[in-house]
Ligand binder design. Sequence first.
Ligand code: B12
Length: 211
Amino acid sequence: MADYEQMLQAMIELDEEALIEMAEAIMAEGGAQAIDLMKACQEGMEEVGRRFEAEEYFIGDLVCAGDMMGNVMKIVRPALAAGADKKIGTMIMATVKGDMHDIGKNIVKALLEAAGFEIVDLGIDVEPTIIVETAKEKNINIVGLSCVLTLAIDSMKQTVQAFQAAGLREGIHIIIGGNPVSEEVKAFTGADAWAINPQDTIRTCRAWAGA
Ligand code: B12
């Protein structure tokens, strides 16, 4: 049984060995604490970001933090995706143009898969036209856009506008997420919903899928 504070400190101190050990122990015990571990990592990431802003951590530390969370995610992913036997819909997930951050997107993706969604993951730094074309080709009407950089909020708006320009906006539900999103950002981009918390994301997307 891992302690939340230990998980949090391992993330903040970039102690990958300890974090991986905890992730493996959690999985050996059946994975019940996988969600807690992801929460601790996310909270730890906020402190990593603060230390970066305070110039106590540097870009190499951000890279290391990103790798650590990705590696933890790989270990606990089966526990997060458990129970995804009933398919309730398909959706697109993408980190918008100009933004390379994908840890949050990948967590939301894993939890949506666990909730029964099939996800077409377009990756990072995705051009609006690619997202629109994919939705059209695969006939997908739920789209999740992720961004962590404030600068990439404009790309979210451009993506929503690209759906409008293609004449597809009416039939598409767009949810935006990532640290800088808010009700104001939702209004600015013209998206239909916003969320930071994965549970709110699942609730909204399930409703859109009629589940
Ligand atoms: C790790 C990290 C990196 C890694 C990313 C690795 C990766 N594979 O993603 C690397 C090293 C590559 C990186 C690079 C950079 N980074 Co960086 N990075 C971070 C850090 C420390 C953590 C981000 C993270 O993963 N958080 C954890 C996840 C789980 O949280 P999250 O993304 O918010 O996701 C949650 C929710 O938002 C939501 N969610 C996310 N996506 C979606 C999508 C949908 C549809 C929904 C509904 C919900 C949802 O659910 C998730 C789970 O709860 C943050 C600090 C911070 N406090 O965020 C800085 C931070 C985001 N980075 C920053 C900067 C400045 C940069 C660089 C410009 C640095 C540089 N000088 O080069 C580059 C940018 C490169 C680019 N063009 O994108 C700044 C951004 C400032 C700003 N306001 O714009 C931050 C805030 C650091 C800081 N405090 O200064 N970074």
